[in-house]
Design a binder for this molecule. Sequence first.
Ligand SMILES: NC(=O)c1ccc[n+]([C@@H]2O[C@H](COP(=O)([O-])OP(=O)(O)OC[C@H]3O[C@@H](n4cnc5c(N)ncnc54)[C@H](O)[C@@H]3O)[C@@H](O)[C@H]2O)c1
Ligand SMILES: [Zn+2]
Length: 352
Amino acid sequence: MAAHLSIEGLEHTYPVMIAPEALIAGLPEFVAKGKFSRAIVITNETIAPLYGQALAERLPDGGLITVPDGEQYKTLDTMRTLYDGLLANGADRGSVVIALGGGVVGDMAGFAAASFMRGIALVQAPTSLLAIVDSSLGGKVGVDLPQGKNLVGAFKDPLAVFADTSTLATLPEVEFRCGLAEAVKSALIGDPELLEHIEANGPQPVEWIIERAASVKIDLVQRDRLEGGPRAFLNLGHTFGHAVEQASHYAWRHGEAVALGTVAAARLSETLDLCGPGLAERVENVFRMLGLPVRYSGLTPEQIWGAMSHDKKWHGGAATFVLLEDVGSPVVRRGVAQTDVIDVLAGLREDT
Ligand SMILES: NC(=O)c1ccc[n+]([C@@H]2O[C@H](COP(=O)([O-])OP(=O)(O)OC[C@H]3O[C@@H](n4cnc5c(N)ncnc54)[C@H](O)[C@@H]3O)[C@@H](O)[C@H]2O)c1
Ligand SMILES: [Zn+2]
C-alpha cells in the first residue's frame, strides 16, 4: 500500500511518498532527476549498515556521513562534524542532503542542509515510525542545547519526503510503540475515527494508521506554516512529556514521555472541566493497550513542574498547555494554576 501526499511548505509544495521500498524505487530516481553535484546521505551508525550504504551506492555521486546514534548526539558538536563531513565529501551549493533515519537524524541533517553554505537542498527519508508520522513532516529542524531540547533550529522545506515503510521491519519494538504514541496524539487532536480504529483493532494495518496520522500533521502545518496558531495542537502531551524527558535526563524516550504526558493533559482537561468525565480513562486505556507508559516513578511532581517552567513555549512564564474539550477538539489554555498541575502529576506517580 502506498500513499502519495503533499505539503504546501513555506517556499514550495513538496511530495510525501509513503511506500514499501521507497528507498529503492522512488528516492534514487528522484535524486537522479535533480542533477545535483553530490548527493550526501546523512545517517547514524545503526542505519548506515542497514540502509545507508546501499542507498549511497544507488545515488549518482553519492556520499555517506555517519553520526553516533542517540538523542545525546543531537548537538552543536555533532553539527560541526556534519559540516566537516559535507566539505570532505565535496558538497557545494548544488548538492543535496538526504536525511536517512529517525527524528534525531532528520532534525540534525535537516539543520545541516538549512545552514551549510546558507542552505542546500534536502530530502527527508524517515525510517522510524515517529519520524514517518511526525518529525519528517512540517520542516522544523534543529538540535538540542544543554539547557533544553530543540533550542536551536530553522524551518527547512525538503524537496520531498520518501518514507520507506519496509524499513520498519528492523525498527525495535519499543521505538515502534513510541511512534504509535505520536499517532494516537494526532488522532486525539484531529481524527476521532483513527482513535476508534486503534481502540478496536490495535496498530493494524500500520500503513493506514501512518497515512491518517501523517494527514493530521500535514493539515495542521499547512494551516500554520510558521507556528503561531493551530500547529501548537501538535504539542498535546508534550509540555508534560518534555519535562519528564528532561527531568529524567532522557532516560524516558520521547514517544513514551508523550504517552504519559498525553494522559496528564487529558486528566488536566477533566480537572478544569474542559471535557466530560471519562476522556482521561479512554486515553489511558489506549496507551496501555499499546504497551506505552501511563505512570511514572523516580521523579517528584515538583521536579517535573520545575523542568516544565523552563519550557520555551511558556512566553512570559504563564503555564500553557494543549488540552482537550473532546477527541478532535484541542484547545490551548494559558495561566493554568501550579496546584492543578501538581495534583495531576501526583495522581500519576507510582512510587508514593
Ligand atoms: N522536527 C519535528 O517536527 C519533530 C517532531 C517530533 C519529534 N522530533 C524529534 O525527533 C526525535 C525523536 O525521533 P525518533 O523517535 O525517531 O528517535 P531516533 O531518531 O533516536 O530513532 C530511534 C532509534 O531507532 C533507530 N532506528 C530508526 N529507524 C530504524 C530502522 N528502520 N531500523 C532500525 N533502527 C532504527 C535509531 O537509530 C534510534 O536508535 C527527537 O529528537 C524529537 O525532538 C522532531
Ligand atoms: Zn513529539
